[in-house]
Design a protein around this ligand. Structure first.
Ligand SMILES: [Zn+2]
Length: 371
């Protein structure tokens, strides 16, 4: 991965001139470097083939796990049929990774089942236990629908691995209820939920429209697959995919070629950013303003096209990102700006970000000290 070090290098050179041969050079630790370091094992999984075994879990009528609705009807599809329905999910990730991530779904040899007194987690445990050594993760689809008030699904990256990264060893899984795979949807079911859970499989965290929502476990952002994944479908019921992926998550997956990184207080800069979805762009697709070694503002351009076409027009967004030790899932990410278009400005923490011009999938932005 190639990344411009920006003013971090300038600062180091500047300090190096002070004193007579004394070792005074100090490079401030860049939070983007830290994020990449904590994402190392996931970057390996997110670049190249990633094979997920699809397992159907049969749930008896009268199951006592409160996750399940008290409906008698059950999903009739088998793993082969679900694998066929998931093909556009691979395409979604192909688009957003710029062809780096090859998400493959294969049907498991056998189904699993639980007793009426057992929980959904037993579906997962059995699927993992019986998974083949070549499966990097298991997608477990229960044949029972979840209660409306319950979560649609869940997923995670499993434990870190070096040599044996099979799902059986790491426990990497995605689990969803039957709702999106009921035959009522025909051959085009909603795919945003499973796309979201697979994002957790890459250790991506949730985001929200503000810090309060994030703390309140309200995932309300239409700008992020890992927040309101149904945002596109809510705007147009014929749409099937989640919205786009936050630039910080693209970075954590190793899917960004180029970023720019500055510190608050570094003076005035003007930079042209490319759309977060545009892998062909020669411009940076993430500009960060570092607050300290674990916190930064992430600036990105959302193009109202492709999976983000349900938005009215292009705009710039600013999120605050707080890296936590260990897991990506615990990273805090929340929106701090409005949708910023040409002429709009945002100010916080002594810094001002102004959108100078916007068009052709690019935006020129000026970063300066707030007046
Ligand atoms: Zn989630």
């Amino acid at each position: 991965m190639k990344r411009l070090a920006g003013p971090v290098v300038v600062l180091a050179l500047g300090l190096g001139l002070v004193g007579c041969g004394a070792e005074t050079t100090q490079v401030r630790p860049d939070p983007l470097e830290r994020l990449l370091a904590t994402s190392e094992s996931m970057i390996v999984r997110a670049n190249g083939p990633d094979t997920w075994e699809v397992v159907v879990c049969r749930v008896p009528r009268g199951a006592t796990d409160p996750l399940y609705a008290e409906f008698d009807d059950r999903m009739e599809r088998d793993a082969d049929e679900i694998v066929a329905l998931l093909r556009p999910v691979s395409d979604y990730y192909e688009r957003w990774s710029g062809g780096r991530y090859e998400l493959r779904f294969v049907p498991a040899a056998n189904e699993v089942s639980i007793l009426s007194t057992e929980s959904s987690q037993q579906c997962v445990d059995r699927a993992l236990d019986r998974s083949s050594p070549t499966a990097d993760g298991v997608v477990v689809v229960a044949d029972a629908q979840h209660d409306r008030s319950a979560e649609g699904g869940r997923g995670g990256p499993g434990s870190p691995c070096v040599d044996d990264c099979s799902a059986k060893t790491t426990g990497r899984y995605v689990y969803v209820g039957a709702s999106d795979f009921m035959s009522v949807w025909g051959s085009e079911p909603p795919l945003d939920l499973i796309e979201h859970e697979l994002g957790h499989g890459l250790d991506w965290p949730h985001s929200s429209l503000d810090a309060e929502s994030l703390d309140g476990v309200v995932y309300d952002s239409p700008y992020d697959l890992m927040s309101n994944s149904a945002a596109a479908r809510e705007a147009d019921e014929t749409l099937r995919h989640g919205p786009g992926i936050l630039a910080v998550n693209l970075l954590a997956a190793g899917w960004l070629n180029r970023t720019e990184s500055w510190w608050l207080g570094d003076g005035t800069r003007v930079v042209e950013v490319g759309a977060r979805s545009d892998h062909a762009s020669s411009n940076p697709r993430l500009v960060s303003l570092s607050i300290d070694e674990s916190r930064f503002y992430s600036i990105e351009l959302v193009s109202a096209s492709g999976d983000d076409a349900f938005h009215e027009s292009d705009f710039v967004l600013i999120h605050r990102v707080e890296i936590t030790p260990g897991s990506g899932f615990d990273r805090r990410q929340f929106l701090v700006s409005d949708e910023l278009r040409a002429g709009d400005a945002w100010t916080q923490n002594g810094v001002a970000v102004r959108v100078l011009t916007m068009g052709d999938g690019r935006a020129r932005i000026e970063i300066s000290e707030a007046a």
